[in-house]
Ligand binder design. Structure first.
Ligand code: NDP
Ligand SMILES: O=C(O)C1=N[C@H](C(=O)O)C[C@H](O)C1
Length: 253
């Protein structure tokens, strides 16, 4: 008879928040995981080390996440990060921290919902064929950042796929415009942000060519949609040393 594996000891940062609260519940309900710390803004990060966490899940704020991640890496705790705000500079900084801890795994995912990850992958595939692409993201009005991390990631994937295919960005004839009317410019992909009560998390990726358009849309209607991806990340990250950016790599899409 084989002995069952020890549960993974998990700490959640941002535990009182919309996503952190869901993550606490999901970890508690998973029989192979043990919630050992639920930490929010008023608590010390030492709760993670005191509790012997193997993996930390971060759903806090773009202003807080780098300090949290540095603490986790310094203390040998694997990390699953959903918090947004990861620029190329931040990714390079995390890579530098990990150089001293080659055994540690960090997963940073702009979106843990399966459909959102697939939508990004489909957009990357379509971008080879369409010079003109725009992203519209729609979220609840309590969201701290704009554009969403998912939309920024999607725009970068489109821009890179387009460039790899030798396509120049699409052009338009708009010369007279109110500031902001054409959205934020991320690597020549316009990104538009909508904030409304009642929404959760939604994204549309639009491509256009002569005589046709293609729209890829994903809707998270409830935050439970993110939990299978979060749990997959927690179970996987101890066995994926180094930095992984995007759940698509874990899903092998
Ligand atoms: N990758 C993904 O799939 C998803 C990512 N997100 C991202 O997750 C992040 C959190 O979103 P959401 O849950 O809606 O936000 P909330 O504001 O609901 O929750 C954030 C929580 O973190 C707390 N907090 C802030 N700073 C710290 C800190 N230094 N240490 C511990 N806790 C802290 C906040 O406390 P207080 O309110 O007192 O400041 C709050 O309780 C955002 O960046 C969002 O974009 C969201 C959904 C899905
Ligand atoms: O704040 C949110 O709600 C979400 N944040 C992430 C993002 O900015 O992309 C993921 C999802 O869109 C929900």
């Amino acid at each position: 008879m084989t002995a069952s594996a020890e549960p993974i000891r998990v700490g959640v940062l941002g535990a009182h928040g919309r996503m952190g609260g869901q993550a606490v519940k999901a970890v508690r309900e998973a029989t192979d995981l043990d919630l050992v710390a639920a930490v929010d803004v008023e608590d010390s990060l030492s709760a993670l080390t005191d509790a012997g966490a193997d993996v930390v899940v971060d759903f806090t704020h773009p202003d807080a996440v780098m300090d949290n991640l540095r603490f986790a890496i310094e203390h040998g705790i694997h990390a699953v990060v959903g918090t947004t705000g990861f620029t190329d500079d931040r990714i390079a900084t995390v890579t530098g921290w990990l150089a001293d801890k080659p055994e540690l795994g960090v997963l940073i995912a702009p979106n843990f919902a399966l459909g959102a990850v697939l939508a990004m992958r489909f957009a990357q595939q379509a971008a080879r064929f369409y010079a003109a692409a725009e992203v519209i993201e729609l979220h609840h009005n309590r969201k701290a950042d704009a554009p969403s991390g998912t939309a920024a990631h999607t725009a970068r994937l489109i821009a890179r796929a387009r460039a790899d295919a030798g396509l120049a960005p699409g052009t338009d004839a708009t010369t007279a415009q109110l500031a902001g009317a054409r959205g934020a410019d991320i690597e020549d992909v316009p990104v538009h942000s909508v904030r409304l009560p009642g929404l959760v998390a939604h994204e549309e990726i639009l491509f256009g060519a002569e005589g046709e358009t293609l729209t890829i849309r994903h809707d998270s209607l409830d935050r439970v949609s993110f939990m299978p991806g979060v749990l997959l990340g927690v179970r996987t990250v101890p066995h994926r040393p180094g930095l992984t950016v995007g759940l698509e790599h874990v899903l092998d899409l």
